[in-house]
Design a protein around this ligand. Sequence first.
Ligand code: ATP
Ligand code: HMH
Length: 277
Amino acid sequence: MKNLLTIAGSDSSGGAGIQADLKTFAANGGYGMSVITAVTAQNTTGVSAVHNIPPEIVRAQIDAVFNDINVDGVKIGMLSTADIANAVADAMEVYKPRILIVDPVMVSTSGSKLLSDEAVEVIKNRLLPLATMVTPNIPEAEYMCGQEIKNIHEMGQAAQIIGDMGPGYVLIKGGHLKENANDLLYNGRTMTIFEGGRIHTQNTHGTGCSISSAICINMAKGMDAVLAVGEAKKYVKTGIENGLSIGKGNGPIHHFYDLWKTSDPNVEIEFKCIEKE
Ligand SMILES: Nc1ncnc2c1ncn2[C@@H]1O[C@H](COP(=O)(O)OP(=O)(O)OP(=O)(O)O)[C@@H](O)[C@H]1O
Ligand SMILES: Cc1ncc(CO)c(N)n1
């Protein structure tokens, strides 16, 4: 079993952030560990408060894990402030994980800002050069490269600009496109497009967190980047298709559909209890 670490924010409603990452690791057969950078008071309609964890406590959590346990892959999500981002970068420079997936989380599905502008600079200057892969969505990629993205051609241009910042791979996620959900992977030389039909649902809370965690465990298992992204996209697609209509806003994806094989709460599962003397 692979040991995976997520360094990210907590989502009280359980659909995104640390909670999505741990569910994704578990659903894909991994052992999940977590370093919490911020606690968000959040539900399916938005983020109402954020409490940032002191950078030295973020660093202490990372040290506690790495000093004891072999870490096969790290996924980084919400970093909130430049101080937290610097603390994480300091630690990554020391521990140099073999697989490091950086999801430059800036805004929640519901539209709340989760990262300061100064923290974006730390991600660009310090974390991207260490990253195996960076996984921006379209608004994040636009912010990072300073260009508007309206189609697959402009996704490719943005991937090249972000690729020059130093990561091994850039995956630009197309969940914010209108007509499809195509993602684009760039490795510094070639582009691979993952075609995905758009599923019409509002239950997409946590798609971005989940795909980056699925890529992390897939690459830790030894898959190459193209296979890891393809399998992760299938996993998230199943989760969206069977998304959970809980709450009044964007419900979460179903992280365990393939394990439980039903999202219908009316399906009763029979248990037989055998009592032994
Ligand atoms: N409605 C949809 N139908 C099909 N695939 C989708 C849909 N929405 C998102 N995806 C897929 O989910 C993955 C995550 O993409 P997305 O652009 O939504 O990330 P994100 O904006 O970072 O997510 P989050 O909402 O968690 O912040 C991508 O593979 C994307 O193509
Ligand atoms: C804590 C957290 N991380 C990431 C996201 C991105 O969806 C979110 N909504 N909340």
